[in-house]
Design a protein around this ligand. Structure first.
Ligand code: ADE
Ligand code: ZN
Length: 330
C-alpha cells in the first residue's frame, strides 16, 4: 500500500486547478470581514456543511458566491499564496492554473486588480518555493461568446502574464464550438488552448475541443471512454487528460471512487494526469487526490510515478525544463 507521504513527496505538476476553487472557508470569512461583506453563513462549519453537491451546477452556484467576497488586489494575492503553500507541501513543482476573470469583472472588480494580485503571488511562489507556473484565463461557457470576446479585449494589456486560455463553468448545452472565434484570437496571439470537455458533456464536445478549439489538453475527458474511436485518437495523439478524482466523486460524475475510470484510462494507454480542480470544495489537494485514488484502486508506487511523469510531460514547459523535473522522479 502506498503511503500519503509517498504521494505528497512525489514531484509533480498540477494542470487543472481553479484558483477560485482553492478559497478555504476560513479565508472566505477573514476576507469577507475585512471587506465588510455579509455572508449568508454564520460559521466556517456552516459553509462546509453546504458543500454537498448533486452535480456540477450545484457546485458552481456556491463557487460563484464564494468568490464574490474577493475585491482588492491583496485578496487575489492572498488567495493565490495560500494555494501555493499547500501545493508546495504536496509536491507541486510546476502549476498551470486557471482563473475566471468574468466572475470578478461582472461584479465591478477591475481585470487589473485580479491579474496583478494573482501574478504577484505566482512570482513570489517561483522565487521562494521554486514552483514554476503558467496562468490560464478561462472563459465562462454559460455566458455568450460576445462576453468572452469583451474579456479577451480587457486581457490584451496583460498578455505577458497570461499564457493560455481555457473554458469552464456549465458544460451541457454550451459546446466548445460556441467559442471558436475567441479561441482563434487567443491562438493567433500565441497562447496555448485547453478546455473542459467530457466532464458532464458528451464525447462530441471532446471532438469539438480538439478540432475547433485546437486544444493541447482536455480538462477532465471522462466521457471519452464512451467512444472507442476517440480513445484511439487521444492515445495516438498523446493528448493529455487532466483527471480530477475527488472532484468527480463530489460532483457525482462517478457514484463511488471505486468506480472511477482512472485505471481503465491508464490501461487504454491514455496520457492521464491527476489534479485537484477545486480543492477547497472537494476535500483534498493534489497529493490527497493521488493518495485517495491509489488507496481505492490499489495503485502501485510505479503507477503513481507514471502519473507524475505524465503530469510533467503534459505541461507547456520546454523539453529541457521537463527533463529537469522528470529527473527528480526516481
Ligand atoms: N469551474 C470550477 N470548477 C469547474 C469544473 N470542475 N467544471 C467546470 N467548471 C468549473
Ligand atoms: Zn475544472
Amino acid at each position: 500500500m502506498v503511503t500519503k507521504e509517498f504521494c505528497y513527496n512525489l514531484p509533480k505538476a498540477e494542470l487543472h486547478l481553479h484558483i477560485e476553487g482553492t478559497f478555504e472557508p476560513e479565508l472566505i470569512f477573514t476576507i469577507a470581514q475585512k471587506n465588510n461583506v455579509t455572508l449568508k453563513y454564520k460559521s466556517v462549519e456552516e459553509i462546509r456543511k453546504a458543500y454537498n453537491f448533486s452535480n456540477l451546477q450545484d457546485f458552481l452556484d456556491i463557487y460563484y458566491q464564494g468568490m464574490s467576497v474577493l475585491i482588492h488586489e491583496q485578496d487575489f494575492f492572498d488567495l493565490t499564496w495560500a494555494y501555493l503553500q499547500k501545493a508546495h507541501e504536496q509536491g507541486v513543482k510546476h502549476a498551470e492554473i486557471f482563473f475566471d476573470p468574468q466572475g470578478h469583472t461582472a461584479r465591478g472588480v477591475s481585470f487589473e486588480k485580479v491579474i496583478t494580485g494573482i501574478s504577484g503571488a505566482l512570482e513570489k511562489g517561483q522565487k521562494e518555493l521554486g514552483i514554476s507556473y503558467k496562468l490560464i484565463m478561462c472563459f465562462l461557457r454559460h455566458l455568450s461568446e460576445q462576453d468572452a470576446l469583451k474579456t479577451w479585449e480587457e486581457a490584451k494589456p496583460y498578455l505577458k502574464n497570461i499564457h493560455g486560455v481555457g473554458l469552464d463553468s456549465s458544460e451541457v448545452g454550451n459546446p466548445p464550438s460556441k467559442f471558436s472565434n475567441v479561441y482563434t484570437k487567443a491562438r493567433e496571439a500565441g497562447l496555448f488552448c485547453v478546455a473542459h470537455a467530457g466532464e458532464e458533456g458528451p464525447a462530441s464536445y471532446i471532438y469539438e475541443a480538439l478540432d475547433i478549439l485546437k486544444v493541447v489538453r482536455i480538462d477532465h475527458g471522462n466521457h471519452s471512454l464512451d467512444d472507442q474511436q476517440l480513445v484511439d485518437r487521444l492515445v495516438k495523439e498523446k493528448m493529455p487528460l487532466t483527471v480530477c478524482p475527488l472532484s468527480n466523486l463530489k460532483l457525482k460524475v462517478v457514484e463511488d471512487l471505486s468506480k472511477h475510470p482512472l485505471k481503465k484510462m491508464m490501461d487504454a494507454g491514455l496520457l492521464v494526469t491527476l489534479n485537484s480542480d477545486d480543492p477547497a470544495y472537494f476535500g483534498g489537494y493534489i497529493g490527497d487526490n493521488y493518495f485517495e485514488i491509489a488507496k481505492t484502486l490499489n495503485l502501485s508506487e510505479d503507477d503513481l510515478k507514471l502519473l507524475a511523469k505524465n503530469s510533467i510531460n503534459a505541461t507547456q514547459l520546454d523539453q529541457s525544463s521537463k527533463n529537469q523535473l522528470l529527473e527528480k522522479i526516481a
